[in-house]
Design a protein around this ligand. Structure first.
Ligand code: TPP
Ligand code: MG
Length: 356
């Protein structure tokens, strides 16, 4: 059994067991309507993720990296943040973006091949542009946190990254800097067992959360498919950061149920037994079972969430499929105050061709 799947992992913070029964103190300080909202967000996110896969298969998006299976890791962590905090995502954090209130249609313009990083306004929801060069966003997040500290803001940053990204130099540089400067940053690793087709133990030999000790700050490993546990550890890390006590590394153990992206065929490198074993640890089923047993939600609420999700994604589909390409002259617009002659010539030729 791999280190990723070890059920005897004593370090793992878990509040709800995979069968939905409580496994710890489930009072994380959320009110019943907030507890229900976590479920609602996960249901909305999953529906959206599946719609995006369909949109890509129908040629409406160029490429899409699905997050199915990782809803609790993303929703639980994003829900723990305050509006003034700043999220630095990779390319798989649409569910976190939904929680932050990011304009999904503008987000998807990246995946439609229209605008780098998404067309949303990063400052509006404090959600940085989609970041594909793996691990670079961790450095951005720590830099932002250092700036926030210098400015005397009571806010933290949160960087999302994957297990594979934790093997990049940028992770280590960012972690070292965060430790030395006690930056108010939360380094949130979604360990989904795979970096495209490379399994965890092929690219790192030890638990990721333990690396924090070497950088002089705490590291915690949490069950990433347990939304309450993820919320609780992220809230504690964010509170700690805002209080001036420095960074925390969180390693959320989860699993990507789908392919790495729509350009990948995961059946070529992993077994259906492995995928099926993780299906039994589904984050939404687990939390739903818990909420129903605790009397916090009823079936009617779930049905309402599903209806809402259906309507919501239908509106998103209509909106994103009607977004056409931006004017071609924008290709020339933002790089130079005084464009060089060669570029000016290109611009004129586009203009004269009528393609602009
Ligand atoms: C600097 C850099 N190297 C390589 C790639 C190609 N690439 C894209 S995603 C990925 C793997 C990322 O794995 P992980 O960090 O575990 O995140 P996950 O995709 O599992 O969410 C790689 C190697 C890239 N985007 N950027
Ligand atoms: Mg990964």
């Amino acid at each position: 059994m791999s280190t990723h799947e070890n059920p005897q992992d004593h370090a793992l913070v878990q509040l709800i067991a995979p069968d939905g029964t409580p496994a710890g103190d489930t009072d994380v300080g959320l009110k019943p309507d907030e507890l229900r909202d976590l479920l609602r967000m996960m249901i909305l996110a999953r529906r959206l993720d599946r719609e995006c896969m369909a949109l890509q298969r129908q040629g409406e998006l160029t490429v899409y990296p699905p997050f199915e299976g990782q809803e609790a890791a993303q929703v639980g962590s994003a829900y723990a943040l305050e509006p003034e905090d700043f999220v630095f995502p990779s390319f798989r954090e649409l569910a976190a973006g939904v929680v932050r209130g990011v304009d999904v249609v503008k987000y998807l313009q990246y995946h439609r091949g229209i605008w780098h990083g998404g067309a949303y306004e990063p400052l509006a929801n404090r959600f940085a542009p989609i970041c594909v060069p793996v691990a670079t966003q961790i450095v951005h997040a720590v830099g932002w946190a250092m700036g926030a500290k210098l400015d005397g803001l009571r806010a933290c940053s949160l960087a999302y990254f994957g297990d594979g990204s934790a093997s990049e130099g940028d992770f280590h540089e960012a972690a070292n800097l965060a430790g030395v400067f006690r930056a108010p940053a939360v380094l949130f690793c979604q360990n989904n067992a795979w970096a495209i087709s490379v399994r965890l133990e092929e690219q790192t030999a030890g638990p990721i959360f333990k690396r924090a000790e070497g950088y002089g700050f705490p590291g915690v490993r949490v069950d990433g498919n347990d939304v309450l546990a993820v919320y609780a550890v992220t809230k504690a890390a964010a509170d700690r950061a805002r209080a001036g006590d420095g960074p925390t590394l969180i390693e959320a153990m989860t699993y990507r149920m789908g392919p790495h992206s729509t350009a990948d065929d995961a059946t070529r490198y992993r077994s259906s037994d492995e995928v099926n074993a993780w299906r039994k640890r589904d984050p939404i089923d687990r939390y739903l079972t818990y909420l129903l047993a605790a009397g916090v939600a009823e079936e009617a609420f779930v049905a309402d969430c599903e209806d809402e999700a259906k309507e919501w994604v239908a509106d998103i589909r209509t909106a994103i499929t009607s977004v056409g390409p931006p004017p071609a002259d924008e290709l020339f617009a933002f790089a130079y105050a005084d464009p060089p002659e060669a570029l000016e010539r290109d611009r004129r030729s586009v203009e004269e061709s009528g393609d602009g």
